[in-house]
Design a protein around this ligand. Structure first.
Ligand SMILES: Nc1ncnc2c1ncn2[C@@H]1O[C@H](COP(=O)(O)OP(=O)(O)OP(=O)(O)O)[C@@H](O)[C@H]1O
Ligand SMILES: [Mg+2]
Length: 252
């Protein structure tokens, strides 16, 4: 496979500058993301960790242009997401970004296959090609034979895998995954991470995933830990290792 044309110039895949997200106002305001400036280069495999409520989901939604910053900027491939029209953002998401949401966001009236093939369809792939690609990936992540089931007839973990399949099938340059292994057993979670690693290694797809799972953090090559919306630690590491600070309790 050829490397993915991830970032045509010398731009980071993602960079944020003094990024803030404050929900609400006055005494009830929640400072979900506080002054975050990070740069993630094309081909990185990054875990975002931190306690529940520390701002992980908010940060990936800001990066994907699903949430508007209160202050600061987010750039994807050097392009300022906040300055784009809604239409340009939708186009950017379609062409460059795959999402796995914490709530899987599958369409209930579509089958697993139809949910997963959605991005391929939007990119103009033919029916045969779509079915072939989906079935190949489904087989690999333990969903073989479930193509025609609707989400309501799948377990949480199975729905999770359909959502991941949907995110990676169009071979986007950047995948944002919010707790992709949250509902998976060890085996399924390992299989899924292998799929992500292969795409990362062979196609240069950049992955940013939120996770609470130490097994997932082990496989990351960089860990960014959020506490109360700000970056508490940000460090590269060897795959297979787990620095002790990732699970440290928060001092209050
Ligand atoms: N739409 C919203 N309106 C108001 N507050 C919000 C909204 N979305 C998130 N928050 C608050 O912002 C903070 C960060 O939430 P976020 O979902 O980003 O945390 P998280 O790190 O993803 O947590 P978890 O690990 O539980 O998924 C929390 O205090 C949350 O209650
Ligand atoms: Mg979250």
């Amino acid at each position: 496979m050829t490397p993915h044309p991830n970032g045509d110039g010398p731009h980071p895949a993602v960079d944020t500058h003094e990024l803030w997200k404050i929900f609400g106002e006055g005494s009830t305001a929640v400072h979900a993301v506080q002054n975050v400036s990070i740069a993630i280069e094309p081909g990185e495999f990054v875990a975002l960790c931190g306690p529940s409520g520390s701002g992980k989901t908010t940060l990936v939604n800001l990066i994907g242009g699903l949430t508007d910053p209160t202050r600061g900027t987010v750039r994807v491939d050097g392009r300022d997401v906040g300055a784009m029209s809604e239409r340009a953002r939708a186009q950017l998401r379609l062409e460059r970004i795959g999402f796995v949401f914490q709530a899987y966001n599958l369409l209930p009236v579509l089958s697993a296959l139809e949910n997963a093939e959605f991005p391929l369809m939007l990119r103009g792939a033919g029916r045969e090609e779509r079915r072939r690609e989906v079935s190949k990936l489904f087989e690999h992540i333990g969903l073989g034979g479930l193509e025609d089931r609707r989400p309501g007839a799948l377990s949480g973990g199975q729905q999770q895998r359909v959502a991941v399949a949907r995110a990676v099938l169009g071979a986007p340059a950047l995948v944002l995954a919010d707790e992709p292994t949250a509902n998976l057993d060890t085996q399924a979670s390992d299989n899924l991470l292998e799929v992500m690693e292969v795409l990362n290694r062979e196609r240069g797809v950049t992955f940013i995933f939120c996770t609470h799972d130490p097994r997932v953090m082990r496989r990351a090559r960089r860990i960014i830990r959020l506490v109360d919306g700000h970056v508490e630690r940000d460090a590269e590491k060897e795959p297979g290792t787990l620095p002790d600070w990732v699970l440290e309790p928060v001092d209050t």
